[in-house]
Design a protein around this ligand. Structure first.
Ligand code: PA5
Length: 446
């Protein structure tokens, strides 16, 4: 069991009777997920992914990763949202946020197409100058504007640098098996393609080729990652009374008692992108129909010096979920210094991780005193196995929570609104776009 829920810092915030009131709903949700009879049940492919995945494609991912490792200095991963966050989270968690700066025999990895900043794209192009490049373009729909623009830029670069045939050997497309412009383009150009299964939504897709190819290129053990997820599936799928259900119960109970914001906190900077992945998972899954717990994140103790004041004494509508990673593998200690001019002699010889743990305990107690309940999720270690386990834990808890909240946790209709406006303002052809454009321009000019 890689994750253990610790309720020490919830005392006085929720009673067992209050939790019991939510339990009936989570039990119903678990049953519905297992029976696949709830809303959005055509997107439940993630449940069995850790065991029921395409083994041939998995082998092809490993082979492609080796080819990429051997043929480039820079690997550019193009994608947005669920087509980018999981891979980046895994690489930063398992390897390091400083992965590109570390001594290694794998390529540097940069992420592109996750926004529309010309500055970001220009900077990356400058970094790529004179380097050998491979590209993985990832889009389930195959029609998303941000990655499509970045891919157009990189395709042009690679074709000019290596010729059509050479570029074809360096471009890998991960998309739908049959539909979308990316699929059409990949078929036309003859790129090696990987499939995003129909029944797996973007934010649940890290354990498909979407996440696995970049993660494998970074030199991570994707077998161990899948094993962690498979063990979590064994522990949680269809089961009541687990820590996964308990997390869903507690967060829903706190929400019913007026806590509208959940802050995911971790005391490790390598967790920053995992928190971003988690925010998308919970934000897109729960935020609809006027409902939802707003997912926020902090990295402590860093953010105690920026957001700490707000958490300690601001509006009391928040709770924290702290991921406490037990074994990071770090061994650096506070050096001894006889002169002790900085006054740190009292912690000389202690490991940074033990000082960090004291900071966590101190903060949890202070935040409880300030009226902020803390759910603690203890994760054994910084490893591929634990990352895979944690991914499944959060995905299952999110599905349970969504149903408990009374929403469909597998759609994201609201994401379309900005896209429709943007297409209209950019002058995309089509009667609907044109009508909207006139209306939007009138509002902007009014
Ligand atoms: O979870 C989701 O479905 C979204 O965040 C998508 O992953 C994101 O919009 C990117 O979509 P696509 O992979 O189709 O380009």
């Amino acid at each position: 069991m890689a994750i253990k829920l610790n309720e020490k810092y919830l005392k006085g915030f929720v009673t067992e009777a209050e939790l019991d009131e939510v339990k009936a709903d989570t039990a119903k949700a678990i049953k519905s997920i297992a029976a696949r009879d709830g809303e959005g049940n055509d997107y439940l492919g993630w449940i069995d992914l850790p065991v029921n995945y395409d083994k041939d494609e998995f082998a092809a991912i490993k082979k492609a990763a080796e080819k990429i490792k051997n043929s480039c200095d820079i690997f550019v991963v193009i994608g947005i949202g669920g087509s980018y966050l999981g891979a980046r989270a895994a690489i930063e968690f398992i390897k390091s946020p400083l992965y590109n700066n570390m001594k290694k025999d794998t390529p540097d990895i940069y992420f592109a197409g996750n926004g529309l900043s010309g500055t970001a794209l220009e900077e990356l192009l400058a970094i790529c100058e004179g380097k050998d490049i491979c590209v993985n373009v990832i889009s389930k729909s195959g029609t998303t504007t941000e990655p499509a623009i970045a891919f157009r830029v990189f395709r042009d670069l690679l074709e000019k640098k290596y010729g059509e045939q050479g570029a074809k050997e360096r471009i890998f497309a991960t998309t739908d098996k049959a539909k979308g412009s990316l699929k059409t383009l990949a078929t036309e150009k003859g790129y090696q393609t990987f499939v995003v299964p129909d029944d797996v939504g973007g934010r649940y897709s890290v354990l498909t080729a979407v996440g696995l190819l970049p993660i494998a290129v970074a030199g991570c053990d994707i077998d161990a990652l899948m094993k962690g997820a498979a063990d979590a599936r064994e522990a949680y799928n269809g089961k009541v009374g687990t820590d996964c259900e308990r997390y869903a119960i507690i967060r829903n109970c706190l929400h019913r008692k007026g806590k509208d914001i959940e802050i995911l906190a971790c005391y490790q900077s390598f967790f920053t992108m995992t928190a971003e992945w988690w925010k998308q998972l919970y934000g897109e899954s729960e935020g609809k129909d006027g409902k939802g717990i707003y997912p926020a994140s902090v990295i402590f103790s860093t953010d105690l010096h920026s957001m700490g004041q707000m958490i300690q004494e601001g509006k009391r509508n928040i709770f924290e979920t702290v991921v406490d990673i037990k074994n990071t593998g770090a061994s650096v200690t506070v050096p001894s210094d006889e002169a002790n001019l900085d006054g740190l002699g009292f912690i000389a010889g202690q490991s940074l991780d033990s000082v960090n743990f004291k900071a966590f305990q101190a903060t949890a107690l202070a935040h409880c005193d300030g009226g902020v309940p803390n759910i603690v999720l203890e994760l054994d270690e910084k490893s591929e196995y634990d990352f895979g386990y944690m991914v499944y834990f959060f995905e299952m808890a999110c599905a349970i929570s969504g149903y408990t909240l009374g929403v469909n946790p597998f759609n994201q209709p609201g994401v379309e609104s900005y896209k429709k406006n943007m297409y209209a303002l950019l002058g995309k052809p089509g009667a609907e776009n044109e009508a909207r454009r006139a209306e939007l321009l009138a509002r902007l000019e009014g």
